[in-house]
Design a protein around this ligand. Structure first.
Ligand SMILES: *Cc1c(COP(=O)(O)O)cnc(C)c1O
Length: 231
C-alpha cells in the first residue's frame, strides 16, 4: 500500500512536467484522486500522502465512503464524477462538494433546490460529449451554452466549468483534439460573461494532453490505485 504514496508522487511529477512544457504554473492544475471501486482504506492512504480531493463515480458507493470516512469529512472535498439520476439528487446535494456530470436542467434544478442552505453552493461542471460518441452521456457541444446560462442562475449552485471524458486516443496529438475542443467551448462561455475557472479533463492515460490544452483539474484513478476490477 506504500505504493499509493509513491504513485501519487509520480502523478504530481507528471503534472509538473506537463505544466512546464505548457509554460503554465504548476499550481494551475489540481489533482483529483479518483477512488471509485477502491475501499475507504485506500482513500486514507492517499489522505495520509497529502491528498484532499477525491472523486467517486457511483452515488451509493460515494455516500458509503463519505460515511465511512466521516472523521475526515471537513478536510476532504468530495467530487461526484459519474452519472446522476434524479432520485439520487437529494443525497448528493447534501453530501458532495462538487458534481462534474450535470447534463440536464432538471437535475441541476433539483440539486439547487435540495442543497442545504447552511452549506456553500454546490460546485458544478457540465459534462460534454466532446467526442460525439452515441453511447456517452453528456451534452452535445451545441447544447452547452443554454444550459450553462441556466445553471449559472440557480442559487444553490456555482457553475465552475466543463468536464469531458474523451474517447481514448493513442498518441498525444490525437488526445489533444477533443481537449482543445472543450477548452474552446469553455472560452466561448467565458467570453459570454460566465465566470468559469475549472476545465475538468485528463485522466491516467492522457493528463499531459489535457494540461497542454488548459486542464485545471485532472481526474486520476488507476495510475494511483492500480487497475480496477470489473464492478
Ligand atoms: C474512472 C474515471 C476517471 C479516472 O480514470 P483513470 O483512467 O483510472 O485515471 C476519471 N474520470 C471519470 C469520469 C471516470 O469515470
Amino acid at each position: 500500500m506504500a505504493t499509493i504514496a509513491a504513485n501519487i508522487e509520480r502523478q504530481h511529477a507528471r503534472i509538473a512536467a506537463a505544466c512546464t512544457a505548457a509554460h503554465r504554473p504548476v499550481q494551475s492544475v489540481t489533482l483529483l484522486v479518483v477512488s471509485k471501486t477502491f475501499p475507504a482504506e485506500a482513500v486514507r492512504q492517499a489522505f495520509a500522502a497529502g491528498e484532499r480531493r477525491f472523486g467517486e463515480n457511483y452515488v451509493q458507493e460515494g455516500l458509503d465512503k463519505i460515511a465511512e470516512l466521516a472523521e475526515l469529512r471537513s478536510a476532504i472535498e468530495w467530487h461526484l464524477i459519474g452519472p446522476l439520476q434524479s432520485n439520487k439528487t437529494r443525497a448528493v446535494a447534501q453530501q458532495f462538494d462538487w458534481v462534474h456530470s450535470v447534463d440536464r436542467l432538471k437535475i441541476a434544478q433539483r440539486l439547487s433546490e435540495q442543497r442545504p442552505p447552511e452549506l456553500p453552493p454546490l460546485n458544478i461542471c457540465l459534462q460534454v460529449n466532446i467526442s460525439g460518441e452515441a453511447s456517452k452521456s453528456g451534452l452535445l457541444p451545441a447544447e452547452v451554452a443554454a444550459l450553462a446560462h441556466a445553471v449559472a442562475a440557480l442559487p444553490g449552485l456555482r457553475l465552475r466549468g466543463l468536464m469531458a471524458v474523451p474517447e481514448p486516443a493513442a498518441d498525444l496529438a490525437a488526445q489533444r483534439v477533443p481537449h482543445r475542443a472543450l477548452a474552446l467551448l469553455q472560452q466561448d462561455l467565458i467570453a459570454e460573461g460566465l465566470l468559469l475557472d475549472t476545465l475538468s479533463i485528463g485522466m491516467s492515460a492522457d493528463l499531459e494532453a489535457a494540461i497542454a490544452e488548459g486542464a485545471t483539474l485532472v481526474r486520476v484513478g488507476s495510475a494511483i490505485f492500480g487497475a480496477r476490477h470489473a464492478a
